[in-house]
Design a protein around this ligand. Sequence first.
Ligand code: GLC
Length: 541
Amino acid sequence: MHSARESGWWRSAVIYQVYLRSFADGNGDGTGDIVGLRSRLAYIRSLGVDGVWINPWYVSPLNDGGYDVADYRNIDPLFGTLEDARALFAEAHAIGLRVLIDIVPNHTSSEHEWFQAALASPKGSSDRARYHFVEGRGADGEDPPNNWSSVFGGPAWTSVGDGQWYLHLFDSTQPDLNWTNPEVREEFDSVLRFWLDLGADGIRVDVAHGLAKEPRYADMPGEGDSVLGGWGRDGHPHWDREDVHEIVRGWRSVLDEYEGTVMVAEAWVENWERLARYLRPGEFHQVFDFQFLETDWAAKSMRDAIEVSLEGAASVDALPTWVLSNHDVVRHPTRYGLETGTDPRAWLLDGDRAALDAEAGHRRARAAFVMMSALPGSMYLYQGEELGLPEAHDLDASVLDDPVFERSGRTLKGRDGCRVPFPWSAFGDSMGFGDNGAWLPQPESYRDLAADVQDGVEGSSLELYRRVLALRKQVLADGAGFEWHDLGVDTLGFVRDGAVLCAVNFSDQPLPLPGGDVLVSSDPLDGGLLPQDTAAWIAIG
Ligand code: GLC
């Protein structure tokens, strides 16, 4: 049995998140695919990461970018075939990369055969019992069973016309599964084995905090706006409920049959006290630290966030898993370029564009990466962050694909701006993404940031990532030693394993650095001084 206490490759691993649809298009249909990804594995390896996590690639109508799965045991033809997946696992393994896949257990697509059977079957049938079909309120069930709302906006219930409604915490084409039903559990155990047998090294679990629902479907007291925010409270009727943990332990026992496999949780919960519960022995190996991701660029907030994470993880003898961006949030160079207190998701729609300091955001993003890489634990990078890609914030409403836009009544633009296809080259069709356009338009500004523009160029963001990840392996290894080191107001300093000092300057004054060799800095030093919004590692051992 593995436990969070034991060492394992994942403890300090760096995983690169591949948003398959937007990474590399191998067949010229405008959508990224497995063949495209295979052709770019060497690039991923060149970054110095340990593995990849691939967003869902299963058969899907793609109403929510593939998080609406119609068949968990097959690849969507848009992305390739099972043969391609098998080849990908083999090729990745051959060059020392592990592959994590995304498991979506909270809901299926409405096109899944189980849901189609449920619609065709009467109330009370075993087909309906795999989902949450509940009688509506009112004389003829004309009102939804309760006041829960969808994360994407609007009610969380859709009527099927016979007095019953089905629950969907996300889009109406994503019906929630009923995890109290043993058939659901058996099915997912079998799905896990299917992919682990095929060669997957682990799973990222989607909406891990949402699987258990309040059994009487009671109203949410004071339920407010829950569009991608405010998730997770103790005693919440469908987030972070105690029953989730038993389900998680079931998956972990399946993973433990496969040596060296790992599972990481997407769990948006109230605080680290709650989050640590997912990291207990026999549960997840890693949980994304979204509190860190959401922290403003300020010394005190960052220090507090780091401290709370290290303490929270230590309370269960584990380490944090750091992340700055993913396919659900505004890319961090853009977030850090906005004034403190701005809600980046709201800003995307109609926020003041002049309020964005792109240059500062870019510098801070580099510094944040240098800082994060020095912290104990594992981390996830999101494709394109190594190029310093900002959010594509000016996508026209006509090209938006994320269901958040319509379901929020067009009050939120959604997540397409962080999902724009990858710029491989400054020239050529769709910036080298594929031979025939890209499913979302790429901003012209991405040309200058393309991978081939930065490759081998000293001082580029791409080369900074390579240098830092290589150094991290050399000088930080797997240690967990961490001590704060005071460098003055509006700065942050900490020492790792007594050997490396990481200094970050949040102030507007250049910071004199303590003696020692400067191993790396996020931007050039100014005659021995650490400029504003810059981070450096110094060998002090
Ligand atoms: C997770 C995914 C997100 C998806 C949602 C519903 O939050 O990361 O992209 O929309 O779950 O599956």
